[in-house]
Ligand binder design. Structure first.
Ligand SMILES: [Ca+2]
Ligand SMILES: [Ca+2]
Length: 389
């Protein structure tokens, strides 16, 4: 048994030593998205959903989404919002989107194939982008070349978002139009967007999904208060502070993962999110106000770290039945050698772990994959040792 374990461990070490560039492209699925991963970046190959308003994910399986492949959209949404981070849109990417009315393209996109747009469209297509972006010059080029037999217009993010300027930074205070999907840009007129202002999207009943850029460090009080249709929010790992009542009464929000950058969550931040079933609170959070998850009547899975502020909050607010600790793969609230053994098996072949909760807590460093690094960290923890910073 000891020998078998040492062979396993050697394998783990070998796997961990493989450089990322050795990983070839492979096909994967997450929800309605099909994608491939090459050199640590995801390319979207197909969207199989039926939604009318689509927010392209920032990451798939823990990999940053960089490219949208040809014929990626076989159905036809009415709006497609591409978040920051994507750099390339292939030819024919939106070829079949004959109902497309709104296409939001961030400044990170620097390559759009000239034939990426629909060959016929029954609507006016507005492309939203930054004033000095590649997207804008792309639209101008299309107009000059009379490429598309329908009316294509461009609206700058600068005209779309309201904001306050402070020196060379901006705080977004709202949106001029009610859009179902909102990808907030990281710059507005050259100003770095570092905050979502108080009540910026309060009572917006139309918005279903929001992507926040990784320039933002603070989400202010009541920013998304009573956004009753909001089901998906991407909070980047730049955000340090979530104010009070930020997502209060967001009754469509079903899950939220807070990144490792968050240190403070204000009172009632997620109060009354009655559809919220899953939440992850990292151990970077050292301050949680009262009632952060009060009246979250569906909360079934509360992921946190043993001994963290989130653990204390759960104990003081009657959430213990929903609590799962990262690293506790067998769910007995203790982290020991049995969890380490289960993790080694899962890191060698992740089909060894089918339970969704076990899979979530097995990814100890929360990078989207269960691998040798998670094994190492849980081993240290099971031995009562300090984790590396
Ligand atoms: Ca355990
Ligand atoms: Ca991991």
């Amino acid at each position: 048994m000891k020998k078998a374990l040492s062979i396993l461990l050697s394998l783990v070490v070998v796997l961990a030593a493989l450089p990322l560039t050795a990983v070839n492209s492979f096909a994967l699925t997450e929800g309605a998205w099909e994608y491939t991963v090459t050199n640590g970046a995801a390319t979207i190959t197909c969207w199989t959903g039926t939604d009318t308003d689509v927010l392209v994910p920032v990451t798939l399986g823990g990999y940053a989404v960089k490219r949208i492949e040809h014929h990626a959209f076989v159905g036809s949404p009415i709006s497609i919002t591409i978040p920051e981070g994507v750099t390339e849109i292939a030819g024919y990417a939106f070829r079949n989107c004959s109902r497309l009315e709104k296409l939001s393209i961030p400044a990170t996109v620097t390559d759009i194939a000239i034939d990426s747009l629909p060959s016929e469209n029954f609507s006016t297509l507005v492309i939203y982008g930054s004033a000095n972006s590649y997207a804008k010059s792309y639209v101008e080029e299309c107009e000059e070349e009379h490429l598309y037999p329908y009316y294509l217009t461009f609206t700058a993010f600068e005209d779309l978002f309201r904001y306050n300027a402070y020196g060379n930074i901006a705080e977004v205070t709202g949106c001029q139009e009610d859009l179902p999907c909102v990808a907030i840009p990281s710059t507005l007129n050259g100003l770095r967007v570092t905050a979502i202002g108080a009540s910026a999207f309060e009572d917006n009943l139309l918005v279903t999904s929001v992507a926040i850029p990784d320039s933002v460090t603070r989400i202010s009080n009541y920013a998304f208060y009573n956004c009753s249709s909001l089901s998906r929010v991407v909070i980047p790992d730049s955000v340090k502070e979530i104010g009070s009542s930020v997502f209060y009464k967001c009754v469509s929000l079903s899950g939220i993962t807070l990144p490792d950058s968050v240190t403070k969550i204000g009172p009632s931040a997620f109060k009354g999110c009655t559809l919220l079933t899953d939440v992850t609170v990292p151990d970077s959070v050292t301050s949680m106000g009262i009632d952060v998850f009060a009246d979250c009547t569906s909360l079934a899975h509360y992921y946190c770290f043993n001994g963290s502020a989130a653990d204390t909050y759960a104990a003081n607010n009657g959430l213990t039945g929903a609590v799962h600790f990262f690293g506790d793969v067998n769910g007995d609230t203790d982290i020991n050698v049995q969890d380490f053994g289960a993790l080694v098996n899962a890191s060698l072949d992740d089909t060894n772990l089918t339970d969704e909760v076990a899979r979530t807590v097995a990814d100890f460093n929360r990078d989207g994959v269960i691998d040798a690094l998670d094994c190492r960290l849980v081993k240290l923890l099971s031995q009562g040792k300090e984790l590396p910073a």
